[in-house]
Write a protein that binds this ligand. Structure first.
Ligand SMILES: *Cc1c(COP(=O)(O)O)cnc(C)c1O
Length: 614
């Protein structure tokens, strides 16, 4: 048995039960989680080779629908178990928030899996899994997909709404879609009433609560009393009163909250559910029919595999603990109030979508990093200077804040100064840490065929870390420490921070023979594709679907879902006309010079990424 270097990347921590290293030193994908037999494991390198054999271009996203299904099954199983063991008198019925990944294949897969059921404790448990939309185009795609979905599935309509959004949601009810309009603002009641009268369709309504319970991480910055969304307790009851006066209290059937993504611990989750359940019970006592408590998103992913819940990269629980916390909190409060247990709905996006797609790119070349020309002594004395003098800045800012003079420009200037100072300390400390880590060692820059901005925008935007590692040669000791440099001409277009607080990644030397070196970014199936931007006019990846072929050993099929946007697509998006570019440039070329025309045409038609050495 050869050595397995997967531990260098903590695969067991974040990858279990879906990813491991096989005996060939390649990543294997276990699409059925722990139930996957060793014969069913898919060799990720083989899947990549199958895609490149079809001339599909890097960067690739390999999408495993079986993993998506396994996530959904696991979520339902966790709730069904928790409900049974807690003695809860209702069921769980979730929705997928499409903003997490609006790809048609993903949404259609989930809607289809959502028609399934599982037999547990001697009973059939139907999923009736639905969708959540936050804008008009999202509502349209959700309606379209749910035409083929379970008729019982919810279509939860969140986000700020105008007359058209609400009219569309009402019309959806006439084609037998179970839309629920969630009121985010008091004023939305008036628009709903107007639309409902005009179309003569009665709505099913929910209210979004703004809880006092806050999610402390980055993703919770819009939660709490001063949060961005929803109604505070008194406003919730005011809306219910208003509906009663309008003779529409019977339409109010759901209470919703969302305290942000990546809720770090179940204790925060429990307090949120307890708080919302209290409001729910009061609405029941006011005479609203209610029936569903929608606990929003926030079911987290353990990106660094530490299960610590101490940063945005990690949560300290799995599906089972999450479901138990929710069920127990709701039961407790409802029992205290003598209120029937509601159907529990969650809008879990990140937790369902993250694992099922993997971003793969090739390393194009490697260069040795120049040794830092500034000596450690110089850096340390600069740091001493910076750390030694913030006291004055600090005092200035404190007195400005005490005087609470928001019009005072100097107080803002003080805050700005202190912030710049902090950033400088941060940058310097990182440089020193890097020097320490690399003491006496050479580090390398790997040029990777990707754009951070287009493919993992959360790394650039909010410093979200994803597990990154080579998908092969993992039985071979990585000998170099490297960072990844992307193709954009932007100094932020690099990956120099990795899970485990590392500033470099253990990597292999590229093979002299020119065989490709393939690197994967894992757990990237949520949020990255819709957020990706067009920096330098790079765009999305080639989307490839990998299905396991039932029963056969390690068998799979590879199918192209979509090529990424071409250079022409990217140019059009910025209002250039590719035909005009083509014609005008060709005109300038020498007569009878087909070369100009051919190369312009080819470049316009291809994805903007590089064709690797292959
Ligand atoms: C974004 C969002 C979600 C999804 O949150 P996850 O943490 O990805 O599960 C759910 N509900 C609402 C209202 C959202 O805005």
């Amino acid at each position: 048995m050869s050595t397995n270097y997967g531990y260098l990347y903590n695969i067991e921590g974040w990858g279990d039960p879906y990813f491991a290293v096989n005996s060939s030193g390649n990543i294997s994908v276990k699409t059925n989680g722990v139930e996957t037999t060793s014969e069913q494991e898919i060799d990720l390198l083989a899947a990549v080779k199958a895609a490149t054999a079809k001339n599909l271009q890097f960067p690739l996203i390999l999408r495993f629908p079986d993993v998506l299904k396994h996530r959904l099954d696991s979520l339902y199983t966790a709730f069904i178990n928790a409900i049974q063991y807690t003695g809860y008198n209702s069921h769980y019925q979730g929705v997928f928030p499409v903003k997490v990944n609006q790809n048609k294949d993903v949404v259609d897969n989930l809607v289809n899996f959502g028609k399934g059921h599982v037999v547990k404790f001697g009973e059939d448990h139907y999923y009736n899994f639905g969708l959540e939309a936050g804008s008009k185009p999202e509502l349209l795609l959700a309606m379209h997909s749910l035409i083929n979905g379970s008729p019982e599935a919810y279509l939860v309509c969140n986000g700020y709404k105008d007359m058209d959004y609400i009219s569309l949601a009402l019309v959806a009810r006439t084609i037998k879609l179970n839309t629920i309009i969630v009121l985010e603002l008091e004023d939305e009641v008036d628009t709903v009433v107007a639309a409902s009268k005009k179309l003569n369709i009665r709505p099913v309504l929910g209210i979004r609560a703004r809880l006092l319970t806050t999610n402390p991480g980055h993703f919770g910055s819009t939660s709490g009393k001063h949060g961005k969304f929803g109604l505070l307790e008194a406003q919730i009851y005011a809306v219910a009163k208003k509906l009663e006066q309008l003779g529409m209290l019977d339409c109010l059937k759901l209470l919703h909250f969302h305290i942000g993504s990546q809720i770090p611990t179940t204790s925060i989750l429990s307090s949120a559910v307890r708080e919302a359940s209290g409001y729910y019970c009061n609405l029941v006592k006011m005479g609203a029919p209610m029936g569903t408590l929608d606990i929003g998103g926030g079911l987290g992913i353990d990106y660094d595999g530490t299960r610590s819940g101490s940063s945005d990269m990690s949560v300290a629980y799995g599906f089972e603990e999450y479901a138990s916390a929710v069920v127990q909190a709701a039961k407790l409060v409802c029992n205290q109030n003598g209120v029937q247990h509601p159907v529990l709905c969650s809008e879990s996006g990140r937790a369902l979508a993250s694992h099922h797609s993997i971003l793969i790119y090739d390393a194009l070349s490697v260069v040795e990093d120049p040794s830092d020309s500034v000596s450690s002594d110089e850096l340390i004395s600069r740091l001493d200077e910076l750390v030694g003098n913030p006291t004055k800045l600090h005092a200035n800012l404190k007195s400005a804040v005490r005087s609470r003079d928001s019009n005072n420009n100097t107080s803002r200037a003080h805050a700005d100064q202190l912030k710049k100072h902090g950033v400088e300390i941060f940058k310097l400390s990182r440089r020193l840490a890097k020097q320490l880590e690399a003491a006496g060692e050479t580090t390398y820059s790997y040029h990777a065929n990707l754009s951070v901005f287009s493919l993992t925008p959360d790394f650039w935007g909010i410093k979200q870390l994803f597990p990154i590692l080579p998908i092969h040669r993992l039985n071979e000791q990585p000998t170099q420490k490297g960072t990844l440099i992307d193709l954009t001409c932007d100094s932020d277009g690099k990956i120099d921070q990795f899970i485990g607080e590392a500033l470099t990644l253990p990597l292999h030397a590229l093979e002299q023979s020119g065989g490709g070196y393939y690197i994967g970014t894992f757990l990237a199936g949520a949020y990255q594709e819709p957020l990706g931007c067009k920096h330098n006019l790079f765009g999305g990846p080639t989307l490839v679907r990998v299905d396991s072929t039932a029963g056969s050993s390690g068998g799979f099929t590879v199918e192209l879902l979509a090529t990424g946007p071409s250079a022409a697509d990217q140019l059009k998006a910025m209002h250039h006309d590719p035909d005009e570019i083509m014609n005008d440039i060709a005109k300038q070329g020498a007569e009878a010079d087909d070369w100009t025309e051919n190369i312009v045409k080819k470049v316009l038609g291809d994805m903007p990424y590089l064709f690797g050495a292959a």
